[in-house]
Design a protein around this ligand. Structure first.
Ligand SMILES: [Zn+2]
Length: 150
């Protein structure tokens, strides 16, 4: 069971809110941003980055995770996600839920709206129960994955 303090949560939410300005969303006009807290307390931010070829767009959550993993981090404690919705939270899409569960089912997911300190707190396992993850792959595929990473 991953632990997080209220102070850490509010800090993450504020960092996520501060990153909304970087969102590149000329097509949806729906900015989303997040802050990802690593085990060593490093924080990576992310925003959605859309593309004229719509399918090339990437969500804020995957942006932050890709930044973290490509910088050497694979263990995460929490992610706070926000949008410019004043009175509603923004939940991660299915693709991002799958991306998050890859790195641990106990990741804390904080969903915050834009204008106050109310938020909802889940684990990724709450949001994607009965998920398919690395533990489901056979030893054969684990062996392949091992030899092709590093
Ligand atoms: Zn997404």
């Amino acid at each position: 069971m991953m632990m997080i303090t209220k102070e850490e949560i509010l800090n993450l939410i504020q960092i996520a809110r501060n990153s909304l300005v970087y969102s590149y969303c000329p097509y949806s006009h729906f900015p989303v941003a997040c802050a990802l807290l690593c085990h060593d307390d490093t924080i990576y931010t992310g925003c959605n980055v859309e593309n004229a070829a719509y399918f090339g767009s990437i969500c804020a959550e995957r942006t932050a995770i890709v930044k973290a993993v490509s910088s050497g981090h694979r263990k995460f404690r929490a992610i706070a996600i926000t949008s410019n919705l004043m009175n509603d939270i923004c939940a991660p899409c299915g693709n991002c839920r799958q991306f998050m569960v890859e790195f641990g089912k106990d990741l804390i997911v904080i969903l915050a709206n834009h204008n106050n300190d109310e938020y909802k707190q889940y684990t990724i396992n709450d949001l994607l129960p009965h998920s398919f993850g690395p533990e489901n792959l056979t030893d054969y595929y684990k062996l392949i994955a091992k030899s092709s990473s590093s």
